[in-house]
Design a protein around this ligand. Structure first.
Ligand SMILES: NC(=O)c1ccc[n+]([C@@H]2O[C@H](COP(=O)([O-])OP(=O)(O)OC[C@H]3O[C@@H](n4cnc5c(N)ncnc54)[C@H](OP(=O)(O)O)[C@@H]3O)[C@@H](O)[C@H]2O)c1
Length: 250
């Protein structure tokens, strides 16, 4: 753990379950202030249990990343209610898979559904937090730095040799993650001068609701690996990293 993330402010979108919830637990265990989002925080039972344990360090917020008006309102709330002056780590984790269909059955709405949550959502979360001057160097945090971790997927890689062995089909999901990847590399270049690093992360094939409980690893193994990547001393900006710490080709 060369760069421990502790005593920082961390945002985790989609913190109510699965990999997001696992990351929230890891960040809390390291004494960070964690702003966790879910679509209906009043119904996020796991987060409410955690809040009893960490009342000063866990803030629950409502955010639907598929809706730009929700993202705008959420970012304004963080700023206006002075939840924090600066976000040190932003994990864009919220995501959806969508309908599992065979090739003849996709409709345009399947693509829009995936792109709204998996591609546009992370982009507009970053854009709105930037507008509120909460990321990187800002008047409130001169010299401030932010790590943005976009939770992508290896199936968004066009060249990884193992991908074809993992899944077939899944066109909307794959395309939405590939688009998130190109957004990540572009932002990595565009925002570097503002003290912002952007990395795309592959969490592994993880047993969560998204996979119907199927997977090669559990949330604990995935999030232990993801934390190690985010806390490593290796430069992360503009890279696509697996939870194992290995680089994934675009
Ligand atoms: N599991 C895997 O094998 C795997 C592999 C590669 C990549 N990933 C990626 O890892 C991330 C987490 O996946 P997971 O497996 O933990 O999935 P999950 O168990 O289905 O959890 C998804 C999370 O995203 C949130 N979410 C979904 N749609 C949202 C929206 N429109 N607005 C806000 N939050 C929304 C959910 O919140 P609510 O409680 O509000 O529904 C939930 O917290 C996703 O980006 C996924 O694509 C997963």
């Amino acid at each position: 753990m060369a760069n421990p993330i502790t005593g920082k402010t961390v945002v985790v979108t989609g913190g109510s379950r699965g990999i997001g919830l696992g990351l929230v637990k890891k960040f809390l265990a390291r004494d960070n202030l964690v702003i966790a989002t879910s679509r209906k925080s009043s119904e996020a039972t796991h987060l409410h249990e955690l809040h009893k344990q960490y009342p000063e360090h866990l803030i629950l917020t409502d955010l639907d990343t598929s809706t730009t008006s929700s993202i705008t309102a959420w970012a304004q709330q963080i700023k206006q209610q002075k939840v924090t002056k600066h976000v040190d780590v932003l994990v864009n984790n919220a995501g959806v898979y969508g309908r599992r269909l065979n090739l003849p059955h996709f409709e345009d709405e399947d693509f829009l559904f995936a792109f709204r949550s998996n591609t546009m959502g992370p982009f507009f979360v970053i854009q709105e937090l930037l507008k509120q001057e909460l990321l990187g160097g800002s008047p409130e945090a001169p010299g401030g730095k932010t790590l943005i971790a976009n939770v992508s997927s290896i199936v968004g890689s066009n060249t990884d040799p193992t991908v074809s062995a993992i899944t077939k089909g899944g066109f909307p999901y794959r395309a939405s993650k590939a688009a998130l990847n190109v957004i990540s590399t572009t932002l990595a270049r565009d925002l570097a001068a503002q003290g912002i690093e952007v990395v795309a992360l592959h969490p592994g094939y993880v047993k969560t609701d998204m996979t119907g409980g199927n997977g090669w690893i559990d949330v604990e193994e995935s999030t232990t690996g993801l934390m190690a990547v985010m806390e490593s001393e290796a430069p992360l900006n503009g890279r696509f990293m697996s939870y194992k710490g290995t680089e994934i080709p675009w």
